[in-house]
Ligand binder design. Structure first.
Ligand code: GDP
Ligand code: MG
Length: 162
């Protein structure tokens, strides 16, 4: 079976945007409203001749107080299913309590985790990725879903873990 890569993180960090970039077509729904992705979406992808499946872990129309529960449940599912996890955070908001909760769940898994810092839309913002070392997953990979930056380097690291 193909390796499974799960994209995990709190709502609105840009998971669906990156999922669409990796898959190469518009499959997931991207909205300004946090947590809009309606379901977990699977798709096949390929990088450097390596085939894998990607899961976009969304949220089902969750309200503010349900957010924590929902991302926890999805992170747990992804941990079970995935061979590699892309843990996505957002440089614009920095580390939030929800990020720390997801980090704690991922920590306890034995699965490889690659930390992606999204919304690094320009070089100035690259200086802001250092705080994310404190999450404990090694080098943060700066990416921009909107501009399509850094995704190749991120995928190099991901397929290295297969
Ligand atoms: P998800 O909830 O984690 O799936 O996040 P989405 O992919 O739906 O994106 C949430 C919002 O962030 C949308 O308004 C996106 O357009 C925006 N977004 C996604 N990637 C980037 C990025 O690299 N830079 C900026 N500035 N915004 C982004
Ligand atoms: Mg989404």
């Amino acid at each position: 079976a193909k390796p499974i890569v799960a994209i995990v993180g709190r709502p609105n960090v840009g998971k669906s945007t990156i999922f669409n970039r990796i898959v190469g077509e518009r499959v997931a729904i991207v909205e300004d409203k946090p947590g809009i992705t309606r379901d977990r979406i699977f798709a096949n992808a390929e990088w450097l001749d390596k085939q894998f499946s990607v899961i976009d872990t969304g949220g089902i129309e969750i309200s503010e107080d349900e957010i924590t529960q929902s991302i926890k449940a999805q992170a747990e599912l992804a941990i079970e299913e995935a061979d590699v996890i892309i843990f996505m955070v957002d440089v614009k908001s920095g580390i939030t309590p929800s990020d720390s909760e997801v980090a704690n769940l991922l920590f306890r898994s034995k699965k490889p985790v690659v930390l992606a810092v999204n919304k690094v839309d320009n070089l100035e913002r690259e200086n802001e990725i250092y705080e994310f070392y404190s999450l404990g997953f090694g080098d943060p990979f700066p990416i921009s879903g909107s501009h399509g930056l850094g995704i190749g380097d991120l995928l190099d690291k991901v397929v290295d873990s297969f």
